[in-house]
Design a protein around this ligand. Structure first.
Ligand code: PGA
Length: 254
């Protein structure tokens, strides 16, 4: 079963508009030369419009880092799917920093997924366990619970991507091993197969995220079930991100 590898850069709350445009302009000529991998950049909301101008006609796609589920109204400070749908292809939903610092629950995440799909935005749904849950041997139970609440068949049909991001690996420099990540991602694939059948499970792309760097990406891409990466810190360094995409293409590019 061939799945196009997927590498996304999550810039989080970094870069102003000028810096975002400069970073894209530095990476883009090299990213354009790399084939067989879907490349997605997720700058902050305020830079999406400028980023759209810079990436037009290139193979680089854009994603948002979050989104509210209502279309419009009195929700001070929020960004709706209607505002995003002409700016980007993807939207990250349920990132653990949203769950941890902004109180997002599986219910909220489910509403966001539904809203994204309704407006033709492809979700990148993040799931993952804490270090305590990992140490207590609860990884499968936690992720299974997140998937049951947040992964309707409809979302998969829309081209949803899943990112397995163990919380203890995000921004810590302490990545999971390729083998460990593949084991959990294989579990996610089997779980989706039981929920929605092997056709969907074999086509959904499942990424690893958490302290991915140019030095360790090959370890993940060599694993059979890992289709790419959601990259935080290393996606802010042009050379590192280009190297990550290049290695993904060399190992698994279609
Ligand atoms: P990191 O972040 O690569 O900096 O660990 C990954 C993420 O949060 O998506």
């Amino acid at each position: 079963m061939s799945r196009t590898p997927f590498i996304a850069g999550n810039w989080k709350m970094n870069t102003n508009i000028e810096e975002a445009v400069a970073l894209i302009k530095t990476m883009q000529p090299q990213l354009n030369k790399i084939q067989g991998v879907e490349k997605v950049l997720c700058p902050p909301f305020i830079s999406l419009n400028a980023a759209r101008g810079v990436t037009r006609g290139s193979t680089v796609k854009l994603g948002a880092q979050n989104m509210f589920y209502e279309e419009k109204g009195a929700y001070t400070g929020e960004i709706s799917p209607l505002m995003l749908k002409d700016l980007c292809d993807y939207v990250i939903i349920g990132h653990s920093e949203r769950r941890q610092y902004f109180g997002e629950t599986d219910d909220i995440i489910n509403k966001k997924l539904k809203a994204a799909v309704t407006h033709n935005l492809k979700p990148v749904l993040c799931v993952g366990e804490t270090s305590e849950e990992n140490e207590a041997g609860q990884t499968k139970e936690v992720i299974g619970g997140q998937l049951i609440k947040c992964a309707d068949k409809l979302y998969f049909m829309s081209g949803m991507v899943i990112a397995y991001e163990p919380l203890w690996a995000i921004g810590t420099g302490k990545n999971a091993s390729g083998n460990e990540a593949n084991r959990t991602i294989n579990f996610i694939r089997q779980f989706i197969s039981r929920m929605h059948g092997s056709g969907i499970a074999n086509t959904v792309r499942i990424l690893y995220g958490g302290s991915v760097t140019a030095a360790n990406i090959s370890e993940f891409m060599r694993e059979p079930d890992i289709d790419g990466a959601l990259v935080g810190g290393a996606s802010l360094k042009a050379d590192d991100f280009v190297s990550i995409v290049r290695q993904a293409s060399e190992i698994k590019g279609l």
